[in-house]
Design a binder for this molecule. Structure first.
Ligand SMILES: [Zn+2]
Ligand SMILES: [Zn+2]
Length: 81
């Protein structure tokens, strides 16, 4: 029975509402939505889904704000679609 136990220990994302743990954030979101009917927030820029508004804000800050600034500063690498 060590197998299950050890696998559980290695999983990084744990559910707020039950002891379930997941290796991928996507799996956790799926679980929260399907099992707990948790409201999911979605990034308006890329469509990525998050469980908490603060996670989405963090993502926007990390992924989009920086890149937007980078684009503004470095016009050398323009390849707008
Ligand atoms: Zn859960
Ligand atoms: Zn995004």
């Amino acid at each position: 029975m060590c197998n299950n136990f050890c696998v559980l220990l290695g999983k990084k994302f744990s559910c707020d509402q039950c002891p379930a743990r997941f290796e991928n954030y996507d799996d956790l979101i799926k679980h929260a939505r399907e099992v707990h009917h948790h409201a999911i927030v979605r990034c308006q820029d890329c469509g990525k889904e998050f469980i908490h508004e603060k996670d989405r804000l963090h993502h926007v800050r990390q992924e989009h704000v920086k890149k937007t600034r980078f684009r503004e500063n470095k016009n050398l690498y323009r390849h707008d679609v």
